[in-house]
Design a protein around this ligand. Structure first.
Ligand SMILES: *Cc1c(COP(=O)(O)O)cnc(C)c1O
Length: 364
C-alpha cells in the first residue's frame, strides 16, 4: 500500500528554529497573558496582512465569538449555511438568531443578491465566510450593509494572505477572523486573529480576551479567557518567516491539480478571479455528472488518500440546527455540500503525490 496522504499536513519550522524562538521563555517565565512574543506576533501579522489593528486569540472560534460580542449586536444576523459550524455557533452562542442566505453558484460564498430580501427591522449584521479563501463579493455586501446600517464580519479562517486588487482580506467589513489552527495555511498550533480598521467599533475587544480586565483592578466587561499563549505566538513568529515559501509550494501542487484535472469529465474546478491573489488553502472539486463525489472519496480511500467533504453538511441540515432550520430552501448550499470534495493540499504535498491522486480520479 502506498503511503497515506491526508487532506492537510501542518507545516513546521525546523526543530532548532522553534527551540531558539522559545529559549527566552525559560528565562523570563512569561508563558501567557500577552507577553513579548504575542505582542511581536501581533505587530508582524498586522504588517503581513496589511491591516491597522489585530488581536490574537486562543483559537479562531473564540476570535469570532468575541468579535461578535464586542459589537453588541441584537436580534438577527444574516449568514451563510455553507460554512464550518463555528460561524453559526458563534452567532447563536451570542444569543443572536442566524438567518440563512443561500450562496452563489460560482464560488459558494454568500449571494449578495439574496441578502436584502432577508433584512428585517431586527437585522443587525451580516456574517459571511470567504470559502476556501475565495473572497465574498465584499463590495456589494458593504453597499447593502451601509444602506441598512448593518455591521459586517467575515469569517476569513481560510483567507490568510489572500488579497483583492492588492488589498488584504482583513480590510473588508468591520472585522475579519482568521483561524491559525494547525490545519490552516498559516498556523500557531491553535490560534485565531481578529483584524479591524476602527478601534471605536470595538472598544471592549482587547479586554474581552482577558476576562474584561481593563487595568489590574478594573473589570469593565464580562469577558472570557481567549488568550493565545507565548509558545503558540513563538510558533507563529517562526512560521511567518516561511509563509510566502509555503504558499508558493501550495501553488505548485495547485497548478498540477489544475493541469491534470481540468479536462476530466465530471470534475469541475474553481476559477481563481483575476483580481485575486489566492493562498491555495484548499483544492475543492465539484464532482457531478459522470463522477459521484462519494464514489471518488471512497476510491481515493482505497488507495490510502484521505480527501474531505468540506463543508458538509450544509449547516441548516446539522442535527443541532435542523429542527429549527431543516425546511429552508437553500438549493445551492445543499448542492455544494453534496458535490464538493476537498482534495489533499498542503505546503508539503509533492507533485508525485498530486499525480497519484489524479491517477485515481482519471482512472474512474
Ligand atoms: C477552522 C475554521 C474555523 C474555526 O477556527 P478554529 O481555529 O479551529 O477555532 C471557523 N470557520 C472556518 C470557516 C474554519 O475553517
Amino acid at each position: 500500500m502506498s503511503e497515506r496522504i491526508n487532506v492537510t499536513k501542518p507545516a513546521l519550522p525546523s526543530f532548532d528554529e522553534y527551540i531558539e524562538e522559545i529559549r527566552e521563555l525559560w528565562d523570563s517565565r512569561w508563558l501567557s497573558n500577552r507577553g513579548p512574543k504575542s505582542i511581536q506576533l501581533e505587530e508582524q501579522i498586522a504588517a503581513y496582512l496589511g491591516v491597522p489593528h489585530t488581536c490574537l486569540f486562543a483559537n479562531g472560534h473564540l476570535a469570532l465569538e468575541v468579535a461578535i460580542q464586542a459589537m453588541n449586536l441584537t436580534g438577527e444576523v444574516i449568514t451563510t449555511p455553507y460554512t464550518y459550524c463555528s460561524t453559526t455557533h458563534a452567532i447563536v452562542r451570542n444569543g443572536l438568531t442566524p438567518v440563512f442566505c443561500d450562496v452563489k453558484e460560482d464560488d459558494f460564498t454568500i449571494d449578495p443578491d439574496l441578502i436584502e430580501d432577508l433584512i428585517t427591522e431586527n437585522t443587525s449584521a451580516i456574517v459571511a465566510t470567504h470559502v476556501y479563501g475565495f473572497l465574498c463579493d465584499v463590495d456589494k455586501i458593504q453597499t447593502i450593509a451601509d444602506k441598512h446600517n448593518l455591521k459586517v464580519i467575515y469569517d476569513a479562517a481560510h483567507a490568510f494572505g489572500v488579497k483583492k486588487n492588492g488589498i488584504g482580506a482583513g480590510n473588508f467589513g468591520d472585522a475579519a477572523m482568521f483561524s491559525t489552527h494547525a490545519t490552516k495555511v498559516f498556523h500557531t498550533i491553535e490560534g485565531g486573529i481578529v483584524t479591524y480598521r476602527d478601534p471605536e467599533v470595538f472598544p471592549s475587544l482587547p479586554y474581552l480576551v482577558h476576562f474584561g480586565f481593563t487595568t489590574t483592578d478594573d473589570i469593565d466587561y464580562i469577558g472570557t479567557n481567549a488568550r493565545m499563549n507565548e509558545f503558540e505566538a513563538a510558533m507563529g513568529l517562526c512560521n511567518l518567516r516561511h509563509i510566502d515559501q509555503w504558499i508558493a509550494q501550495r501553488k505548485v501542487a495547485g497548478d498540477r491539480y489544475f493541469e491534470r484535472l481540468s479536462s476530466v469529465d465530471g470534475a469541475k474546478l474553481f476559477t481563481i478571479p483575476a483580481d485575486m491573489t489566492w493562498n491555495y488553502a484548499y483544492f475543492p472539486v465539484v464532482f457531478d455528472g459522470r463522477l459521484n463525489r462519494d464514489d471518488v472519496k471512497a476510491a481515493l480511500e482505497a488507495e490510502n488518500v484521505f480527501a474531505r467533504k468540506y463543508f458538509y453538511p450544509s449547516i441548516d441540515q446539522a442535527a443541532c440546527y435542523c429542527e429549527t432550520y431543516g425546511d429552508l430552501e437553500l438549493p445551492v448550499s445543499h448542492y455544494a455540500a453534496d458535490h464538493v470534495l476537498a482534495l489533499p493540499m498542503s505546503s508539503g504535498i509533492t507533485v508525485e503525490e498530486v499525480d497519484r491522486i489524479c491517477d485515481v480520479i482519471q482512472g474512474l
